[in-house]
Design a protein around this ligand. Structure first.
Ligand code: MG
Ligand code: MG
Length: 264
């Protein structure tokens, strides 16, 4: 069943989303060479619980041990924070954060460059972020879920990057993962109708070349099969009468289709 939320409920999801937005903003200065993914996890945990009533939604979800997922370089998603995972200049790290606030969940991810990254690496980050904003723009009442994936495909076409198909976005609300699934590939006009009140996490994941993935022996960490780089950007978005409302961006603005960051 696809849940529809009232404007007030969407605002409440956005209150948790604002915590994630502030956290990811803060991480820009904390993701530096020499920190471990455990350091980042601990900072995120403390940041989240410093807000009244907020808890990290991923901690213990399906048994996940961390408060956030921290996926380095060829790791796509679900990297387990570790004291042994030291970030070095030129790495990239995807931090995926869920917050539960007063029973409402929000979910966002960002891939950070560690210090200076190589130009092709930055391009992968820019195209992935751009594909997220293109997808957000498609999250309007009357479109279909397939229009979101189609928007990702259009943005990525011609770059040579692979769109990871085995992992998808999702509805979100009382639970982190609700219906519908929101794939990063699709056909315009296909899939579930986007209706006013739907809240979805849109999260394109791109690979530097092949989109084949596998899971490491830890049972969590998903990596590219060819061990080349992967990037992941995600926002929780409300489908509203006024257009897509990005609930995990700073200030939680309604996204009015103004020029998106980083050349989307
Ligand atoms: Mg996420
Ligand atoms: Mg998600």
């Amino acid at each position: 069943m696809i849940n529809l939320r009232t404007p007030d409920e969407i605002d409440r999801i956005g209150q948790g989303g604002a915590i994630i937005a502030a956290l990811l903003d803060e991480l820009h200065t904390r993701v530096v060479p020499g920190v471990t993914t455990h350091d980042l996890d601990q900072f995120c945990d403390e940041f989240i619980v410093s807000h009244d009533g907020a808890v990290p939604a991923f901690k213990g979800l399906y048994g996940f041990p961390g408060s956030v997922c921290a996926s380095v370089n060829d790791e796509v998603v679900h990297g387990i924070p570790s004291t042994e995972r030291l970030l070095k200049e030129g790495d990239i790290v995807s931090i995926d954060v869920g917050v539960r606030l007063d029973g409402w969940c929000s979910d966002s991810a960002w891939t950070f460059g560690v210090g200076e990254v190589a130009t092709p690496t930055q391009d992968l980050l820019d195209v992935t972020e751009g594909s997220l904003w293109a997808a957000v723009e498609a999250a309007v009442v009357g479109n279909h879920v397939g229009d979101i994936g189609a928007a990702v495909m259009r943005r990525v076409e011609g770059t040579g990057y692979g769109i990871i198909r085995d992992l998808v976005g999702h509805g979100i609300g009382r639970d982190v993962h609700e219906e519908p699934q929101v794939p990063n590939v699709g056909r315009p006009g296909h899939g579930p109708l986007l209706r006013e009140g739907m809240v979805i996490a849109i999260e394109p994941m791109l690979a530097e070349s092949s989109a084949s993935i596998r899971t490491l022996d830890d049972g969590w960490t998903v990596v590219t099969a060819d061990r080349k780089l992967s990037a992941h950007f995600e926002h929780t978005v409300g489908v509203t009468a006024e257009g897509p409302k990005v609930l995990t961006a700073v200030g939680s603005p309604i996204y009015a289709g103004s020029p998106a960051p980083n050349g989307a």
